[in-house]
Design a protein around this ligand. Structure first.
Ligand code: T5A
Length: 226
């Protein structure tokens, strides 16, 4: 069967949260694309509009998920791509059960998540070579088949990512130590994922100033909330 047909069939399994005036947002992009920076602005703006906001990160966000985060990002041995993928999914399933789903049941609530399914599609599906179909198949089961209302994909080049990481000057983790070849595949992967979900994912040029990126996101958010 043609890959596109298979992907479309898999996508039809997904559902989005339905509590009135509650929203699920995610931010995506390679290292240094500005997700954490923008989440703070987004949170402030949502609180000003009278929303309850739960800001979480992946992997992590629960006691169990934070242990998995440590196990993955500090791993001294290369993990099998399937092992890696299942660890991210385990963290995600627990986060959905413990935090995301209960929070979204309350009206006027917004979950803002730093990385979600699109990270797995781009990192494990594309860059590690598992295949996006495999990653989508693994997300067909409850609660993993929940998609955000809106995903902001902060798109930057590898050069910009390196420059920002250099300025920040932190030690490299498990993924940050990967070679350029991995990152080039990853960037392609993210752009493919954005094409796969054009209604949900908004690709933003995040190489411009923080203020401009924030402005683009907040303008779009107005439309999502209305
Ligand atoms: N992973 C995760 C997978 O492989 N599969 C999965 O399914 C999941 C969920 C998590 C790792 O796990 C992998 C992906 C990751 O490698 P992480 O530490 O949570 O790791 O995520 P990172 O993306 O590595 O976090 P970063 O902090 O590096 O990236 P951010 O949050 O996108 O960037 P931010 O906001 O910290 O900004 C970085 C620097 O750039 C500056 C900031 O001030 C900061 O110094 N900056 C800008 N400078 C100029 N102009 C702008 N517009 C700027 N925006 C930010």
């Amino acid at each position: 069967m043609h890959v596109k047909t298979k992907l479309n069939q898999l996508i039809s399994f997904y559902r989005t949260p339905v509590t009135p005036e509650s929203y699920f947002l995610s931010l995506e992009g390679i290292e240094g694309s500005g997700k954490s920076t923008q989440i703070k602005n987004l949170e402030r703006s949502l609180i000003d509009k009278g929303y309850r906001v739960l800001n979480l990160r992946e992997p992590g966000g629960t006691e169990f998920g934070e242990k998995l985060r440590e196990a993955i990002l500090k791993s001294s041995t290369p993990l099998h791509p399937l092992a890696e993928c299942h660890l991210f999914l385990a963290s995600r399933a627990q986060l959905l059960k413990e935090k995301i789903l209960p929070f979204l049941l309350q009206p006027k609530s917004v979950v803002v998540l730093d990385r979600y399914i699109d990270s797995t599609l781009a990192y494990q599906g594309k860059a590690r070579g598992l295949g996006m179909e495999t990653v989508l198949e693994l997300h067909q089961h409850d609660p993993l088949n929940l998609l955000p209302h809106r995903t902001y994909f902060l798109d930057i080049s590898l050069e910009t990512s390196h420059e920002r990481q250099k300025i920040r000057g932190q030690d490299k983790d498990y993924f940050e130590s990967e070679k350029n070849e991995f990152y080039n595949k990853l960037i392609d992967g993210y752009r493919e994922v954005a094409q796969l979900f054009p209604q949900r994912i908004l690709k933003i040029d995040a190489s411009v100033s923080m203020e401009k990126v924030s402005q683009m996101m907040l303008q779009d958010l107005e439309k999502i909330l209305s």
